[in-house]
Write a new protein. Structure first.
Length: 262
């Protein structure tokens, strides 16, 4: 695990910009600056997802309590017996979220290492049987995607930065398919949601500002339950709309940051 002081320096724009990345806090700043840069995920984080999350948390709590009563042989309970059950039920969304985040991180890390090995013509990393089933399923989906589409990796974990708009981020991969270059974002969540497409739009803005036009973008979803993969190709028309939405989110995020100083 990265410690508080660990940092990685990345040179962009032919060495004219140096950005320091702090893995532990996932923050960035330009070398010599005291101000942290705003990230792509922070920008899209302003989108309100509370309604969906509240429904999900309530469903988990309900399922936990129902399971407790179904498995319990007692017909009555004292307050001292039932209160801890309620407390644990109300914490189930945190338990599920942390477990999903951990397995998702492991899938991303393995995907990065495999992509780098293929790019550099090196030996592939060993995938141990001791990995959680969700991680093995996720990485199986990744490997199947690579093999079936004959993916050629150009870059992995590519840092991108927009001088014009002042935001930064990490792109999962830049790949080549059938002679065309694509920006790829990996996802292991339950589904693919709108803010994920806005993230890809933000990455594209920064990448193309520095390195020129891409042929396209895609989100590749790796299912941690059954090992399947799904490719979501983003059309040029859709990407153009997503970029406008991303930049609107950026404006809101910047204004919210200004107002927080008062």
């Amino acid at each position: 695990m990265a410690n508080q002081t660990e940092q990685v320096t990345q040179c962009l724009y032919k060495g004219t910009v140096e950005i320091i990345f702090y893995p532990n806090s996932h923050r960035y700043k330009i070398k010599g600056s005291k101000t942290f840069l705003i990230s792509v995920t922070a920008i899209t984080g302003i989108i309100d997802k509370s309604r969906v999350l509240i429904d999900w948390a309530l469903r988990l709590a309900n399922e936990y309590v129902k399971k407790f009563f179904e498995e319990s042989k007692a017909k009555s309970f004292t307050p001292e017996e039932i209160l801890p059950v309620i407390e644990e039920a109300l914490n189930q969304h945190n338990v599920k979220r942390d477990a999903a985040a951990d397995s998702g991180t492991q899938v991303h890390d393995l995907a990065q290492r495999i992509g780098e090995a293929l790019r550099d013509n090196q030996n592939l990393p060993h995938i141990t049987d001791e990995l959680p089933e969700s991680v093995k399923n996720g990485i199986t989906g990744f490997i199947d995607w690579v093999v079936e589409h004959n993916v050629k990796f150009i870059d992995c974990e590519r840092m991108v930065y927009s001088k014009k708009h002042g935001f930064v981020g990490l792109v999962d991969a830049i790949i080549e398919l059938d002679g065309k270059r694509y920006l790829v974002d990996y996802k292991t969540s339950k589904g693919v949601y709108s803010e994920m497409k806005y993230q890809v739009a933000g990455y594209t803005i920064a990448y193309e500002e520095e390195l020129g036009r891409l042929d396209g973008q895609m989100i590749v979803h790796f299912n941690k339950e059954n090992g399947a993969f799904t490719t979501h190709l983003i059309s040029k028309k859709e990407n153009k709309k997503n970029q406008k939405t991303f930049l609107a989110c950026l404006k809101v995020k910047q204004r919210e940051k200004e107002l927080s100083k008062f």
